[in-house]
Design a protein around this ligand. Structure first.
Ligand code: DC
Length: 228
C-alpha cells in the first residue's frame, strides 16, 4: 500500500454520487470533504436574491468577485453535509432548490466566475488532507493532485438517485423531468468552452452504477493502489 495522497480530486457529472462517495472517502481517510459545486450554487443564489439576471455575465461575474462564501463543517444537525454562508447568511438548504438547479449551469460557465472560485478553492486545498469534489478539480483546480477520481454512472441511475432525494424532501417532479434535466446539465457542463467536464488524463475512472457507496470507495482505493 502506497503513501496516502495529500489531496484527492474527484470529478464527475451531476448526481454521479460525488457527494456521497466524496464524504465517505474523506471519512475513511480522516480528511475534510469539500464540495465546490456549492460555491457555484452560492453565486447563483446571490444573483437570484439580488434580482441580477443570470444571463448578464458582467453583473454575475462582479457578484462572484466580491461575494464572501464560507463552506464550513455542518453547524446544524439537519442532514446537511456542510454549512454554506453567503455574506454571513446561512443559505445551505436554499442552494438545493429547483430554481438553483435550473440556473447554476450557465453561471458556472462564465470564465470570470470560475476564475474567482478557482482561486478560493486552491487556497482551501493548499492546507492538504482534503477530498475536493467538482467538475474540473483534476483538470484545472488541482492538476497536481496525487489521486484523481472521475466518477461515472448511467444517466438513468443518476436521475433515479436525484428523484429519490427530491421525493424524500417532498419534491413533485416526475422521474422523466429529472432525467431531462440531467441530460441538459450534462450537455452544458461538458460542452462549455471553459473547464468542460472531462476526466484528467491521469484520473482513475470508477463506474458507480449498481454499486453501494462503500463498494465504490473500496473500488477507488483498490484501483489507486491504496488497498488490496
Ligand atoms: O455538483 P453540483 O450539482 O452541486 O454543481 C452545480 C453546478 O456547478 C453544475 O452545473 C456544475 C458546476 N460546477 C462546476 O462547473 N465546477 C465545479 N468544480 C463544481 C460544480
Amino acid at each position: 500500500m502506497s503513501k496516502l495522497p495529500s489531496v484527492v480530486a474527484m470529478d464527475g457529472p451531476a448526481a454521479s454520487g460525488k457527494s456521497t462517495i466524496g464524504e465517505l472517502l474523506a471519512e475513511r481517510l480522516g480528511y475534510i470533504y469539500f464540495d465546490t459545486g456549492l460555491m457555484y450554487r452560492a453565486v447563483t443564489w446571490l444573483a437570484l436574491d439580488r434580482q441580477t439576471p443570470v444571463g448578464d455575465e458582467a453583473a454575475v461575474t462582479a457578484l462572484a468577485e466580491t461575494v464572501d462564501i464560507d463552506v464550513l463543517p455542518p453547524t446544524v444537525e439537519d442532514g446537511r453535509q456542510s454549512t454554506v454562508l453567503v455574506n454571513g447568511q446561512d443559505v445551505t438548504w436554499a442552494l438545493r432548490e429547483p430554481r438553483i438547479n435550473a440556473n447554476v449551469s450557465p453561471v458556472a460557465a462564465y470564465g470570470g466566475v470560475r476564475a474567482a472560485m478557482v482561486i478560493q478553492q486552491q487556497r482551501v486545498a493548499a492546507r492538504g488532507h482534503i477530498v475536493m469534489v467538482g467538475r474540473d478539480i483534476g483538470t484545472v483546480v488541482l492538476p497536481d493532485a496525487e489521486l484523481k477520481v472521475f466518477l461515472v454512472a448511467s444517466a438513468e441511475e443518476r436521475a433515479r438517485r436525484r428523484w429519490l432525494e427530491e421525493q424524500a424532501r417532498g419534491g413533485r417532479r416526475t422521474l422523466d423531468e429529472v432525467l431531462a434535466e440531467i441530460h441538459r446539465r450534462d450537455e452544458i457542463d461538458s460542452t462549455r468552452p471553459i473547464a468542460p467536464l472531462r476526466p484528467a488524463e491521469d484520473a482513475i475512472i470508477v463506474d458507480s452504477t449498481g454499486l453501494k457507496p462503500g463498494q465504490v470507495v473500496e473500488e477507488i482505493l483498490r484501483k489507486a493502489g491504496y488497498s488490496t
